[in-house]
Design a binder for this molecule. Structure first.
Ligand code: ADP
Ligand code: MG
Length: 697
C-alpha cells in the first residue's frame, strides 16, 4: 500500500511524464494508489450483443458484431471525416470518425470481424455511431459482464487517454500489486460484517462480473470511506473536548434575570427552556462550546439565542449574532434591540451597507467594550472587526455559511468564544451526523402554544378566482397576505415579467387594499422600506420573490399564495410556508400551478399538502430531487472529498459507519491496538492534507 501511495503514475508503462501531468491536472490522479481509487462513474452492459435492425433511439451504448464493408473520406479541410459502412447481417450503419483518420483507416480491415461499442444515432433515416470503441471479438475482455466507464475530460481524450486506457492501467496494477493491497479494516470487522476484503472490492468495482457483486463491492468501499470520515470527526470532537479551553460562564446575573422578570414577551416553551439549560451548562465547563441548535421554522430560536447572549453579557463578555442576509440581520437587530432596550444594553447592526461613520463608532465601541451585542451579516467576520472580549457567537441559518467562516469567528478572541449555530433547514439526521458531526446538538421540537398547523392547498390556474375570494375574506378579517413569485436566475427576464404582471394583477383585483412589493434586485433601502410597510401593517398584501424566504416575521400574515409552485424545491416551499402560521390565527398556504402538471410534480407538491413536518419534507425532497445542490453545499465543508459514497443517498451506511467508528474509538481511542495499526496508517495518509481542518470547524 505504501509503495502504491508513493509511486508516481508517470512510471507506469504507457503513461510517462506528459500524460501523468494531465492525469494530475484533470483528474487529481498523482500516485498509483490514486489511480486505483479512481472508480468508474457508471457501467455498461457488455454481456450481450444487439443487432442493427433492432436499434432504437432510446438505446444507451450497445455492442454489435460484424464487418466493415468499405471506408470512404468525406468533406475537406477541418471538416474531413472518415466513414466506414458496417454490416452485421441484419442491416448496415455508418461509423464516423473525425480524428486520427489516417491511423484508423490503416488499422481496420474489411475482411475481419469487429465488435463495436457505441450509442446508435439516426441521421436522415440511417443509423450511425461516432467514434465507437472497437475490439477484436476474440480478445476475452469484450464479452464479459459489466464494463466500467471512467469519466474523462476532453483534454484527456485528445491525448488518447480513454476509458479503456484507464481500465487497462488499473487492471495492470491490480495484477502486479495484489499482495501489497492490504485491508485497512480490522479482519474481525470484515468477517463479522460479511464484507469483501479491500482487494476483492477494488477488483470488483473495476471489473464487475455481475451487478450483485458490484453492489457489494461498492458498499464495502463506501463503508470504508465513511468510516474513515467518522473516525476523523469523532476523534477530533473528542480531542477538542479534552483540550480546548473556553470561557467559563459561572453565573446568571443582572441582565438575564431582569430580562426574564420584566421584558419577556411571552412564556418560554418547554423546549426553549431545556435548550437554554443545555447551553448554559455547556458554557460552564471550562471548555469551548460548539453547539448546533435545530428547530423548525417558527420554533422560536431567536429568543433562545438572545437569552444565551444575556448569559454571556452577565459574565463580562460581548456577544455577536451573524445572519446570512441583510434583511434577516436587520430584522434580528430590530427585534432584539427593542426587547433589550429597557435594560440598557447597547446593540448595534453592522452590514455591508453600514455607513463609514457608524462603522467607526462600532469598531471603537467593540474595542472599549461599551458595545454589548453586535448583530450583522458576514461583515462581522472581517478582520477589522475586533472585540474587547468576545464570549459568545450565534450563527443563524448555518447552512448558508461555510465551515471556514465558523473558524474565523473562533479566532476573534484569545480564548475562543462559545459558538451556537442555528438552523431551520431540516437536513436528514444522517447528514447532520456528518456535516455537523463534531457539534453537540440541541433541538427545539415544540412550537409556541396556540399555533395551528398551516393548512396547505394545491390549486390550479382555473381556481384563481376562488383563491382570490378566499384571500379577500382573510383581508377583511384584518389579516395580511403574501403573494410569492419565483425569481430564478437563468430566466430572470421572463420571471421579472411574470412578477411585474402578477403585481399589476393583484393591484387591479385588490384595488381597495394596500399592496407592497419587493424583489432581490431592489436597492436595500427601497426593499427595507417596502418590507417595513408590510411589517407595520401599512400594507395588507406583500408581493415578493423568495427574498422573504428566510426569517421574516409578521405574525399577522396568515395567508401565503405561492405562484408557479412547481418551480420551487420542497425545502424552499417549506421555508416559505414558515412565514405564515406565526400567530394565533389559522393560516393557509396555497400552492398555485398551471392547470396541467405532470403526475410527478403533483405528487411532489402533495407532500407539502400532507405534512408540515420539516424533516419529512426534507427527506422527501432528497429522494425526489436527488442529491444535487445539497450534496455540493455539504461537501464543501468536508475534510476529504468523497470518491464513492454520497452524503445524501447513503444514509444507512453513514449510520453504520458512525456506530462502528464510535465503538472502535471507545475501545481504542488512539488506534494503538495491533488490529488497528493499518487503520491508523490509512487515517494518517488520508487526512494528512486536511490536518488543520480540525482547528477551524
Ligand atoms: P425561528 O425559530 O424560525 O427563528 P423565531 O425566533 O423567528 O423563529 O420565532 C417565531 C415567532 O414565534 C416570533 O414571532 C416569536 O416572537 C414567537 N415566539 C418565540 N418564542 C415564543 C414563545 N415561547 N411563545 C410565543 N411565541 C413565541
Ligand atoms: Mg430565525
Amino acid at each position: 500500500m505504501d509503495r502504491l501511495r508513493a509511486m508516481d503514475v508517470k512510471f507506469l508503462k504507457g503513461v510517462g511524464p506528459k500524460r501523468a501531468e494531465l492525469l494530475a491536472s484533470e483528474l487529481d490522479i498523482h500516485t498509483c494508489y490514486d489511480l486505483l481509487c479512481y472508480y468508474p462513474s457508471h457501467y455498461v452492459d457488455r454481456s450481450r450483443y444487439y443487432t442493427i435492425s433492432s436499434f432504437t433511439h432510446e438505446m444507451p451504448s450497445v455492442q454489435v458484431q460484424g464487418r466493415f464493408v468499405r471506408f470512404s473520406m468525406h468533406g475537406e479541410g477541418a471538416k474531413t471525416r472518415l466513414v466506414g459502412l458496417f454490416s452485421d447481417g441484419t442491416g448496415t450503419m455508418e461509423v464516423v470518425w473525425f480524428k486520427r483518420l489516417k491511423w484508423i483507416k490503416d488499422a481496420y480491415r474489411t475482411d475481419l470481424d469487429y465488435v463495436l461499442f457505441g450509442k446508435p444515432m439516426e441521421f436522415s433515416g440511417r443509423w450511425s455511431m461516432v467514434h465507437p470503441e472497437i475490439e477484436d471479438p476474440y480478445t476475452a475482455e469484450s464479452s464479459v459482464g459489466l464494463r466500467g466507464v471512467y469519466s474523462l475530460t476532453e483534454k484527456l481524450r485528445n491525448r488518447g487517454i480513454t476509458s479503456r486506457t484507464l481500465h487497462q492501467l488499473i487492471q495492470g496494477l491490480l495484477r502486479a500489486y495484489a499482495t501489497e493491497i492490504h485491508d485497512p479494516l480490522p479482519p474481525d470487522l470484515v468477517r463479522g460484517m460479511h464484507m469483501m476484503t479491500k482487494y476483492d472490492a477494488l477488483l470488483t468495482v473495476h471489473n464487475p462480473p455481475d451487478n450483485d457483486r458490484l453492489v457489494r463491492a461498492r458498499n464495502r468501499l463506501k463503508f470504508e470511506e465513511l468510516l474513515m470520515l467518522q473516525l476523523n470527526i469523532l476523534n477530533y470532537a473528542r480531542r477538542r473536548s479534552l483540550s480546548i479551553l473556553g470561557h467559563r460562564f459561572t453565573q446568571v446575573g443582572h441582565y438575564f434575570n431582569t430580562f426574564y422578570r420584566d421584558c419577556m414577551p411571552f412564556e418560554l416553551t418547554g423546549a426553549q427552556k431545556r435548550v437554554i439549560k443545555e447551553v448554559r451548562a455547556d458554557m460552564n465547563t471550562g471548555r469551548q462550546m460548539n453547539r448546533l441548535l435545530q428547530g423548525d421554522v417558527g420554533s422560536g430560536k431567536t429568543l433562545v439565542a438572545l437569552m444565551c447572549m444575556l448569559i454571556a453579557l452577565d459574565n463580562g463578555t460581548q456577544a455577536c449574532l451573524m445572519a446570512p442576509t441583510e434583511i434577516l440581520a436587520t430584522q434580528h437587530y430590530e427585534t432584539i434591540a427593542a426587547m433589550v432596550a429597557p435594560i440598557g444594553i447597547n446593540v448595534k447592526l453592522l452590514t455591508g451597507s453600514t455607513p463609514k461613520k457608524q462603522r467607526d463608532v462600532i469598531h471603537s465601541q467593540l474595542l472599549d467594550g461599551s458595545l454589548h451585542i453586535l448583530i450583522g451579516t458576514h461583515a462581522v467576520i472581517e478582520d477589522v472587526v475586533r472585540f474587547r472580549n468576545l464570549g459568545f457567537v450565534v450563527i443563524d441559518e448555518q447552512h448558508r455559511f461555510g465551515v471556514a467562516q465558523r473558524g474565523r469567528m473562533w479566532k476573534k478572541n484569545t480564548l475562543p468564544p462559545h459558538i451556537l449555530v442555528m438552523t431551520a433547514t431540516p437536513i436528514p439526521r444522517t447528514l447532520a451526523m456528518t456535516v455537523y458531526g463534531d457539534l453537540d446538538v440541541s433541538v427545539i421540537d415544540e412550537l409556541p402554544p396556540g399555533r395551528k398547523p398551516v393548512v396547505t392547498l394545491l390549486r390550479y390556474e382555473n381556481h384563481r378566482m376562488d383563491v382570490y375570494q378566499a384571500m379577500a375574506r382573510q383581508l377583511r378579517e384584518g389579516r395580511q397576505v403574501y403573494v410569492v413569485f419565483p425569481l430564478i436566475r437563468e430566466n430572470e427576464n421572463v420571471d421579472m415579467k411574470s412578477l411585474e404582471e402578477g403585481y399589476e394583477q393583484i393591484c387591479e383585483v385588490f384595488r381597495d387594499w394596500r399592496v407592497a412589493y419587493v424583489h432581490g434586485q431592489m436597492k436595500p433601502a427601497e426593499k427595507d422600506a417596502q418590507m417595513n410597510l408590510f411589517a407595520s401593517h401599512e400594507a395588507d398584501i406583500l408581493v415578493a420573490t423568495t427574498v422573504i424566504e428566510v426569517g421574516v416575521n409578521v405574525p399577522n400574515a396568515t395567508t401565503m399564495i405561492i405562484e408557479n409552485a412547481e418551480r420551487f424545491g420542497l425545502s424552499q416551499l417549506h421555508q416559505l410556508r414558515g412565514r405564515v402560521g406565526r400567530g394565533e390565527g389559522q393560516s393557509y398556504c396555497v400552492l398555485m400551478t398551471k392547470s396541467k402538471i405532470s403526475t410527478e410534480t403533483r405528487s411532489r407538491l402533495e407532500i407539502m399538502t400532507s405534512t408540515t413536518d420539516g424533516f419529512v419534507v426534507a427527506e422527501a425532497d432528497l429522494k425526489m430531487r436527488g442529491p444535487g445542490d445539497l450534496e455540493g453545499t455539504m461537501q464543501s465543508g468536508m475534510p476529504i472529498e468523497l470518491r464513492i459514497a454520497s452524503l445524501t443517498s447513503d444514509g444507512r451506511i453513514i449510520k453504520l459507519a458512525r456506530d462502528v467508528a464510535q465503538s472502535i474509538l471507545d475501545a481504542d481511542p488512539d488506534l494503538s491496538m495491533p488490529q488497528h495499526v493499518l487503520l491508523r496508517k490509512e487515517m494518517e495518509a488520508l487526512f494528512a492534507k486536511a490536518a488543520d481542518w480540525g482547528m477551524i470547524s
